[in-house]
Design a protein around this ligand. Structure first.
Ligand code: ZN
Length: 87
């Protein structure tokens, strides 16, 4: 559908909309199990995305979206860190 397009789209874990990567915040889970916010967008590991807005962050928290995306327990502090990124 987006063949030939230079815009790379990623899906927000909360609202499930596809958006440009630049409008999302990337969270990465690395092989060792550490989970962090990837500001460079280039860190190794499994990436998941959330819109850069508080509504999606709150929804993500409520739905435990990170746990579901990464299939593991996630330290709740990550949501606070994400919030800081958005202010
Ligand atoms: Zn969203």
């Amino acid at each position: 559908m987006f063949k030939g397009s230079k815009i790379s789209l990623r899906m927000c874990m909360a609202c499930r909309e596809n958006k440009q990567k630049e409008k999302l915040i990337r969270v990465v889970k690395q092989k060792g199990g550490s989970i962090f916010i990837d500001k460079t967008g280039k860190a190794d590991g499994r990436g998941a995305y959330v819109c850069n807005n508080l509504e999606c962050l709150n929804l993500l928290k409520k739905k435990r979206g990170l746990e579901r995306s990464f299939r593991c327990k996630v330290d709740g502090l990550i949501y606070d860190d994400l919030k800081k990124e958005m202010i």
